[in-house]
Design a protein around this ligand. Structure first.
Ligand SMILES: NC(=O)c1ccc[n+]([C@@H]2O[C@H](COP(=O)([O-])OP(=O)(O)OC[C@H]3O[C@@H](n4cnc5c(N)ncnc54)[C@H](OP(=O)(O)O)[C@@H]3O)[C@@H](O)[C@H]2O)c1
Length: 433
């Protein structure tokens, strides 16, 4: 059988992983497809300094992505460079030529994926499995596996760096700054960690997954986002006292008011399956009205897990091309997407964990309780671990379910209290898991 010819642009972590798989698993891929996938062009800025499996001797090597897109033999273009500028140009150029595209680019897909897809109709196939949760085939699950269900809730742990940092703090009592530094030195975290630790990477992934799950076109900017910088070892001590742990939870909930979306550190029960997700692993937990709960777990990143996602996309797209029916399945899992009307997270009701750091003196609890009572918030428990340092005393108040708006208003009332040495840290306590 004639091969389907591939051009790959971007030969870093994901690109090199995809090449390893295309070379090392070529026979099984051909057995599954009934025809081979053949790499005919590869591109990166520093391509000349790189070495490749011998299977790729003789393929076009170039630093200019246009040579790949314009190559007359290239039938599918794979974009693995990241970012939103050149990557967008690559996709637009490929689409213009009617060439299907495979990408791992969460940032670009979250911002403009649906737009690019619409513009590409009706000719071009499009695939982006690796853009969320690397090694977990969660797009395929939402697009096909549980497409018949009506999803009500989706929770994800979608950033491996954050999950690694949080579980290191939890297991070793190390501070956020020290774990981050060690992770940077070991190459697990970027030199500029903001996209990870401030929640922006997870936000792009949640935007993509909620669009697939709920059929509403969500933009990253629609999602309330808080990172993990303020989580400390003492928060894990208190969370454990409450039989909970802390994870950066990406949450999408269908409510009567609409879809409520957030990315934020949250307390989750230690008994929930999500609490067992440790280190750089990712997971997605989905509740459907008909099919109830399903759970997906695996590596969120890395050359080979992400490479598997990219090559599996290539196989699907190559099959669709061969079938030549003209029918395409949207990578966003819906023939038509509705507009998303953002629902502010402030209407969401939850129990909350409030952690204070104070200079100890009599009457503190009474003043904090007054601020909470003024917003109609009931205290559930007050927790204080033994601590000799009365000048920097951490303690926790948990409160009964209240709206985020009420909790924020109570915290605003507390701003004038001069015994607080930093603003209170508020995290929701997830009960629905
Ligand atoms: N890393 C993961 O595990 C992972 C997981 C899921 C999704 N993703 C996504 O996959 C994509 C790639 O990530 P990565 O980690 O593989 O990135 P990476 O290691 O930084 O590799 C990027 C590659 O793109 C090349 N490149 C950049 N700009 C280029 C340009 N203008 N022209 C030609 N080549 C260019 C680089 O070339 P030179 O090195 O030669 O300069 C490099 O080979 C991103 O969208 C990322 O978000 C990554």
């Amino acid at each position: 059988m004639q091969p389907v010819n591939i051009g790959i642009i971007g030969l870093g972590n994901v690109g090199s992983g995809a090449l390893d798989i295309l070379a090392g698993n070529a026979a099984a891929i051909e057995q599954k497809l009934g025809f081979p996938l053949k790499v005919v062009a590869i591109c990166s800025r520093g391509v000349d300094g790189k070495t490749f499996p011998s299977a790729f001797d003789g393929v076009l090597r170039t630093a200019d992505w246009r040579e790949v897109v314009n190559h007359p033999s290239v039938q599918i273009v794979v974009e693995l460079i990241g970012g939103t500028t050149t990557a967008r140009e690559i996709l637009e150029a490929a689409i213009l030529q009617g060439k299907p595209v495979v990408t791992a680019n969460k940032e670009l897909m979250a911002l403009s994926g649906a737009d690019l897809w619409r513009k590409s109709e009706p000719r071009v196939h499009f695939a982006m499995e690796a853009s969320v949760a690397g090694g977990i085939p969660i797009h395929a699950v939402l697009r096909e596996g549980i497409a018949a269900d009506r999803i009500t809730t989706l929770y994800g742990i979608l950033n491996g760096t954050c999950n690694y940092i949080l579980t290191e703090i939890e297991e070793h009592g190390t501070s956020f700054d020290d774990v981050l530094l060690a992770a940077q030195q070991a190459g697990y975290a970027e030199a500029d960690p903001s996209a990870d630790v401030d929640g922006f990477d997870a936000r792009s992934k949640l935007a993509i997954l909620s669009t697939l799950a709920f059929g509403e076109l969500v933009s990253p900017g629609d999602i309330f986002t808080e990172g993990i910088r303020r989580v400390t070892p003492v928060d894990f001590e208190y969370a454990h006292q409450l039989n909970h742990t802390i994870r950066l939870i990406c949450a999408a909930r269908r409510t009567p008011a609409g879809l409520i979306l957030s990315v934020r550190p949250s307390l989750i029960p230690q008994s929930t399956i999500l609490a067992g997700v440790r280190g750089a692993y990712n997971a997605v937990w989905v509740r459907g009205e008909f099919g109830a709960d399903t759970f997906y777990y695996g590596r969120g990143a890395g050359p080979h897990p992400t490479g598997v996602a990219v090559v599996s996309d290539l196989m699907r797209v190559a099959r669709e091309m061969r079938q030549a029916s003209g029918d395409r399945v949207s990578p966003f899992a819906h023939a038509h997407l509705e507009d998303y009307v953002p629902v502010p997270v402030t209407v969401h009701e939850s129990a909350y964990y409030l952690r204070f750091r104070v200079e100890d003196k009599p009457g503190i609890i009474a003043q904090l309780a007054t601020a909470l009572a003024a917003e109609n918030i009931s205290i559930d428990a007050v927790l204080q671990l033994p601590n000799a340092n009365w000048r920097n005393l951490p303690f926790v108040i948990t409160v009964e379910p209240a709206t985020e708006a009420a909790v924020r208003a109570a915290i605003a009332r507390m701003a004038q209290m001069n015994f607080l040495i930093e603003p209170p840290l508020a995290m929701p306590i997830e009960k629905a898991l």
